[in-house]
Design a protein around this ligand. Structure first.
Ligand code: ADP
Ligand code: MG
Length: 252
């Protein structure tokens, strides 16, 4: 894999559940250090895409290439460099922060001093270094989310995918979390796929992929999305494009 190769490519990916076409002919790629917003209303197919990208199930058609590999040939080579934050809460509430992170770190072969250092590194990133012995149940919703993100970073992933990561957070915590993840892309060069139905969370994204009814309506910058809808307001652009099911590329 060359440095300029995409970190992840989805080619002609389709997935149906019985008669429901959850994803239809999806094509896009993510480059190193890019923050890509995956924006779409409920039912658009965001979580289905995450399940395919995280290897939980294969698409009916099409190819997913991550770090130049496919799940069918070498899933551990992909999973060892992938971080996933699922839509539903998944930290163990009865365990401490440290125990949650330690368990996950051991899955990636970390132990001893290296494991302890990694736990501190990731908790300090989110100002939680002082509280690692607290049970997750005692934390606020925002802190619980940060534990899940810290956990997803334990293996130093090159690609971090986050599905509605701010669900249940107040607006200040939401904005702070979005900023933390932008820093991760800028400072650490991690590629991010950030799924949300909240337009403000993708306003600073390098690219926005607008998904509706299983299809990509737009794959452009936030400014490009505004241009497509003839407005300078991203929220208005989203409303217009989701209603109209606009074409794939901005009009010249
Ligand atoms: P989003 O995350 O954008 O809300 P989903 O990927 O959850 O979208 O859902 C896309 C479509 O697939 C919806 O119509 C949803 O009802 C359907 N769907 C999702 N998961 C299942 C499933 N396990 N069985 C049947 N239909 C599903
Ligand atoms: Mg979802």
């Amino acid at each position: 894999m060359n440095q300029s190769d995409p970190i992840m490519t989805l080619s002609s990916v389709s997935k149906s559940y019985g008669k429901i076409d959850a994803l239809k002919d999806i094509n896009f790629e993510i480059k190193a250090g890019e923050f890509v917003g995956l924006l779409g209303p409920n039912g658009a197919g965001k979580s289905t895409m995450f399940q395919i990208i995280s290897g939980l199930f294969a698409p009916n058609e099409g190819t997913v290439t991550i770090f130049g590999r496919h799940y069918s040939d070498d899933s551990s080579a992909i999973l060892s460099r992938l971080g996933v934050v699922f839509q539903d809460r998944s930290a163990d509430l009865d365990l401490t922060i440290k125990a949650n992170l330690a368990f996950h770190g051991r899955l990636f072969g970390l132990s001893g001093q290296r494991l302890q250092e990694r736990i501190l590194e990731q908790t300090q990133r989110f100002d939680m270094g002082e509280m690692i012995n607290r049970r997750v149940r005692q934390l606020s919703g925002g802190q619980q989310r940060k534990v899940e993100i810290a956990r997803a970073l334990m293996n130093h992933p090159s690609l971090l995918i986050m599905d509605e990561a701010t669900a249940g957070l107040d607006s200040l915590s939401r904005a702070a979390l979005v900023q933390d993840i932008h820093n991760l892309a800028k400072v650490d060069g991690v590629s991010i796929l950030w799924a949300t139905h909240l337009v403000d969370e993708v306003a600073q994204a390098d690219r926005v992929i607008l998904l509706q009814s299983g299809g990509i309506v737009a794959d452009t910058t936030p400014e490009g999305m505004c241009a497509m809808a003839n407005t300078d307001d991203l929220t208005a652009a989203y409303a217009t494009l989701v209603k109209s099911g606009a074409p794939k590329q901005p009009q010249a």
